[in-house]
Every structure is written in C-alpha cells, then in structure tokens.
Write a protein that binds this ligand. Structure first.
Ligand SMILES: [Zn+2]
Length: 157
C-alpha cells in the first residue's frame, strides 16, 4: 500500500506548461487550448488550485491530478505516481496473489468518468465534430473499463 501526498503535486502553472500548454493571460485564471476536444482557447486554468474547466466541451477537474488522470487515461494511483505525489509504503500486501478490487465508491467514480468521456464524444458528434482515431481508442478503452467493472462486480457478488 502506498500513500497519496497532495503537497507533492507539482505547481499548477509548471505542470500545465510542462504538458505543452501555453497559459495566456494574467492573474489567477489563465486560458489555454483544450486537448480534450481540440479547442484553441477554451480551457480555463486556476494557477493557484490547479482547477481547470473547458468552457466548450465541459471537461473539468479540481486539480492537476484530475487533469493528469483524464488527459492520460490513468487511474488515481498511476497518475499520482507519475506526478511524484504517491509514496510507496513498505507494508506487504495481505493477499499478494489476488489484486485488490475496487470499492463500490471507486467503481462508481470510474463509471462516472467514463460516462463523461462518452458524453463529451457524443456532444462533439452532435455538433458535427468528427471523432479522431485517438477519440475512438479512448472510447474503446472506456467500454473495456466498464466491461471490466461489470465482470468484477459479478465475480465479487
Ligand atoms: Zn474542451
């Protein structure tokens, strides 16, 4: 088991610029392009909290960790680890042969996130925006994850 340490998350401005985004404007809130739907200047970023929201496609999150998860398609721990905010503990797992299952709460959060991904894609389609190959792959991944969740729930029931 490891531990998430929020204080170790990178500085929001450093992080977003490190992702190749150009932060336009002054003050706490900056504007950048949105890679979630391909918009040029719709992403609003709070450089103090790391919160972000796209005014066009609705993609949003409360910190750089949420951005990293959604932009890279990572789970919480994977994303936290990549950002250097996850410290591995040295306690052995109690049952190393069996992967830990998702809690119902986490399963719901994954479902909610994947549902949002699908909703954004559907919204783009409705506006006549064609899906890119990346979008298709992301949607296939979303369907796969939901299937895995369904199987996991069946196995645990
Ligand atoms: Zn967007």
């Amino acid at each position: 088991m490891g531990e998430f340490i929020r204080d170790r998350l990178p500085d929001p401005a450093d992080y977003f610029e490190g992702q190749g985004l150009v932060l336009i404007g002054r003050g706490k809130w900056r504007t950048a392009r949105c890679d979630f739907h391909g918009g040029s200047d719709s992403l609003r970023i709070n450089t103090e909290s790391g919160g972000w929201c796209c005014m066009a496609c609705g993609a949003h999150g409360g910190d750089v960790l949420a951005f990293h998860m959604q932009a890279r398609g990572l789970e919480f721990v994977e994303a936290a680890r990549e950002l250097g905010a996850y410290v591995e503990g040295n306690k052995p797992h109690r049952s190393p042969a069996k992967p830990a299952g998702l809690s119902p709460r986490m399963a719901l959060e994954v479902l909610a996130f994947e549902a949002l991904t699908v909703a954004v894609a559907a919204g783009n389609l409705a506006q006549g925006v064609a899906l890119t190959d990346n979008d298709r792959q992301r949607l296939t991944l979303a369907a796969g994850r939901i299937n895995l969740l369904a199987e996991g729930v069946l196995l645990c029931a």
